[in-house]
Write a protein that binds this ligand. Structure first.
Ligand code: AMP
Length: 279
């Protein structure tokens, strides 16, 4: 396994591989790898000749009051995991490699990025699309793998690739959960034991929503209210949003039907967690 931190070296390697007819798959991550990331790595492993995992905690997608400095990192452990999973190249640029002094070009998707996380994290998706477009140019993948845990992110990236005619296949992968149902996330590491228990309210709220839908309830307001009640029972929980939207257009809907997205973001203490289900 090769570990490359220079953007130039990574791009030259990728272009040389392409010239020799090799296909490349890419899994972009912010590191502190867990089973959720591994599911993407395993799916990507079988889809191309060369698998590149990128590890970069992207400052451009964090707001000024967000958790960039406390975002968990453990590069040594991440590299050991990648080695074990048969990753060919790990690309680990530094901030100055990606955003050198004087950097001034950004990519912005202006429709799907507006609501949900885009509304409560202004500038977040501009940071995401910019870094992902840059990683695509550097790594030159034929396919790239993203988790549905970040459902809106997946939609925004698919839209960017379509709108900008980027010749890369974007593949969405299912949410991987802990045994008790909590969606895996690098940020779970920042939960103390009490918060870890309270964090299960996200999953409980989604399961309750699913149960109501299963019992025939279609009114989005009723379903949302039942979720609010579950979250508000937890002393450390603060709702960032609970929203019910069309799973494709991401527009708000009044009625829940097949293809409806139920998504939520909740602060448990200082840690912001997200989760969702697609009906
Ligand atoms: P991150 O390192 O959090 O930026 O995530 C990198 C990629 O892993 C993104 O495409 C995420 O959607 C995906 N991912 C993170 N957590 C999970 C999970 N629990 N299940 C599936 N994919 C995930």
């Amino acid at each position: 396994m090769e570990v490359i931190s220079s953007t130039q070296e990574m791009q030259q390697k990728a272009l040389a591989l392409k010239r020799h007819g090799r296909t490349i798959s890419c899994v972009p991550t912010m590191g502190f790898l867990h089973e959720g990331h591994l599911s993407l790595i395993r799916a990507a492993r079988t889809s191309a000749d060369i698998l590149v995992v990128t590890i970069f905690v992207n400052p451009a997608q964090f707001g000024p009051t967000e958790d960039l400095s406390s975002y968990p990192r453990d590069l040594k452990h991440d590299l050991a995991i990648c080695e074990k999973e048969g990753v060919d190249v790990v690309f680990t640029p530094g901030t100055a490699d990606i955003y050198p002094e004087g950097y001034s070009t950004y990519i912005e998707e202006t429709d799907l990025s507006k609501g949900l996380c885009g509304a409560t994290r202004p500038g977040h998706f501009r940071g995401v699309t910019t870094v992902v477009a840059k990683l695509f140019n550097i790594v030159q993948p034929d396919s790239a793998f993203f988790g549905r845990k970040d459902y809106q992110q997946l939609c925004v990236i698919k839209k960017m690739v379509k709108d900008l005619n980027i010749p890369i296949r974007i593949i969405g992968c299912p949410i991987v959960r802990e045994d008790d149902g909590l969606a895996m996330s690098s940020r779970n590491k920042n939960l103390n034991p009490d918060e870890r228990k309270e964090a299960l309210c996200l999953r409980r709220a989604l399961l309750r929503a699913e149960e109501l839908v299963g019992a025939g309830e279609k009114d989005a307001a009723v379903i949302r209210e039942s979720m609010v009640n579950i979250i508000e029972k937890e002393p450390s929980a603060r709702i960032d949003y609970i929203e019910i939207r069309d799973g494709e257009t991401l527009e708000l809907v009044d009625r829940v039907e097949e293809g409806t997205l139920i998504a939520l973001a909740v602060f448990i203490g200082k840690t912001r967690l997200i989760d969702n289900i697609l009906i």
